[in-house]
Design a binder for this molecule. Structure first.
Ligand code: FAD
Length: 417
């Protein structure tokens, strides 16, 4: 079994698709090494195991709105695409989405997946309750006030198999999307926060070469003014794809045409393959206040990066409270890199990029390519030692651990596994 990008083959010996939570409990209780696998969209071995893989795609995909219609209970393996369609049918919505809808809700949340918007926290921030199968097979319900909740929501699958999630919802809303082209870099750097705040969700697309950022996508709530300022760029008069020269047919509707949140927040339409399937990704997250200096440092590497890049996307994310969230108590900017499928070349250049971003306290996206040995995670995450202690306490035999977790947490593989 390979991941979505096809750049890695999982090491599991068995793969199960349980049809009930009780079956999940039995599988977990009986395994010595086990890991939940979502929709396989991560680019590194965060979801790998040398034991049993458990996929939740055969569990009943129920979606239950609470009586006061402020939250929804979902089966953890459901995709955001299916969840969004069901919510919209009932007139409800979630606060933000990633760039593609095909990822599983549990897998996305476990790695801190996010969209964009200075006031929009990551997708995990919508979680108000977790149903989790612990190493013993016991079913636990975690709520917002307990430590295990704050550790395990963005938990890299280290605490158990999440079987259900309760998420905050809000009434459905309308949005409009416009693209600004040719934003001068000088203007972008001197007004970064202002431009990033000029709509509900803003994404900058660049390969760091040249004097201008080729595209800035602005997704505005229907209540927000349309492009209050062009910042020296030009409003696109035709629909665009973020990759230069590619048809915009697969992209969500632009040119300021109103539409529902689920048809504007993602860059790509639900029914189409989201982008080149043959690609790799990395992403680095740092304080929003450091965006101009960090972007200047990355531009200095443009000659090395651009030949390997399809495109880079710059987004902003509001702070959250999850101990291992890259946005833990930090309003953030995320520098995302969609690489060509040239893993050896990408891995050769990554350390130079990561070293250039290190002075800004850069935290890597947990589901994308990075070089674990370059990071002092205990210094980057104030609650890292608490996270590590709780992982040890909850899973002393390392049932849910794998090589990537061990290199992050600094613990050896348990004896006999
Ligand atoms: C084309 C593409 C676009 C992307 N766009 C974005 C984006 O816009 N923003 C962003 O932040 N990221 C993005 N990503 C990254 C992606 O969101 C993350 O890698 C995410 O974790 C993928 O979810 P998944 O369901 O495939 O999880 P997997 O890769 O299958 O698993 C990820 C982690 O979650 C754990 N996990 C999965 N299910 C469970 C469960 N039920 N219980 C406990 N643990 C579980 C796994 O063990 C593993 O640790 C993108 C990836 C791709 C391929």
């Amino acid at each position: 079994m390979k991941n979505w990008a096809g750049n890695l083959e999982y090491s599991s010996e068995n793969v199960y698709h349980p049809t009930s939570v009780q079956e999940v409990q039995q599988l977990v209780a009986g395994a010595s090494r086990i890991k939940a696998l979502g929709s396989r969209h991560s680019f590194n071995r965060v979801a790998d195991t040398d034991g049993t893989h458990i996929l939740l795609d055969a569990l009943p995909q129920d979606i239950v709105l609470s009586a006061d219609k402020t939250t929804v209970k979902v089966s953890a393996g459901i995709s955001y695409g299916a969840l969004c369609r069901a919510l919209e049918e009932h007139g409800y919505a979630i606060h933000n989405l990633a760039s593609l809808p095909h990822i599983s809700v549990a897998g996305a949340i476990q790695t801190g997946t996010h969209g964009s918007g200075v006031n929009n926290p990551s997708l995990a921030a919508a979680v108000v309750g977790v149903e989790l199968v612990r190493p013993s097979g016991e079913l636990a319900i975690l709520t917002q006030d307990d430590d295990e909740f704050l550790a395990s929501v963005v938990g890299l699958g280290a605490f158990g198999v999440v079987t259900g999630l309760e998420l905050s919802v809000r009434p459905s809303y309308d949005m409009r999307q416009r693209v600004l082209t040719g934003l001068p870099w000088d203007t972008a750097l001197s007004n970064f926060r202002q431009i990033a705040s000029s709509a509900y969700s803003v994404s900058f697309f660049t390969d760091y070469t040249g004097d201008a950022i080729p595209q800035v996508w602005l997704k505005a709530l229907d209540s927000e003014p349309a492009l209050p300022d062009l910042f020296g760029g030009t409003a696109a008069s035709t629909a665009l794809h973020p990759l230069p020269g590619m048809s915009a047919e697969n992209c969500t509707v632009q040119l300021n045409e109103p539409g529902k949140w689920l048809d504007r927040l993602p860059h790509f339409r639900h029914e189409f393959t989201p982008s080149n399937g043959e690609e790799l990704q990395s992403e680095f997250i740092l304080p929003l206040s450091d965006a101009p200096a960090a972007l200047t440092a990355v531009r200095a590497l443009a000659d090395k990066l651009a030949p390997l890049l399809f495109i880079s996307e710059i987004r902003t994310i509001a702070a959250d409270e999850f101990w291992l969230s890259p946005f833990y108590r930090q309003q953030s900017v995320a520098l995302h890199f969609t690489w060509k499928p040239l893993q050896a070349e990408v891995e050769a250049v990554l350390p130079e990029l990561e070293t250039a971003l290190a002075p800004f306290g850069s935290r890597p996206h947990w589901g994308k390519l990075f070089t674990p040995g370059l990071y002092n995670f205990a210094a980057l995450y104030p609650r890292f030692e608490d996270f590590r202690a709780l992982v040890h306490a909850n899973d002393p035999a390392g049932k849910f651990r794998n090589g990537l977790l061990e290199s992050v947490l600094g613990v050896p593989a348990p004896a006999g596994n």
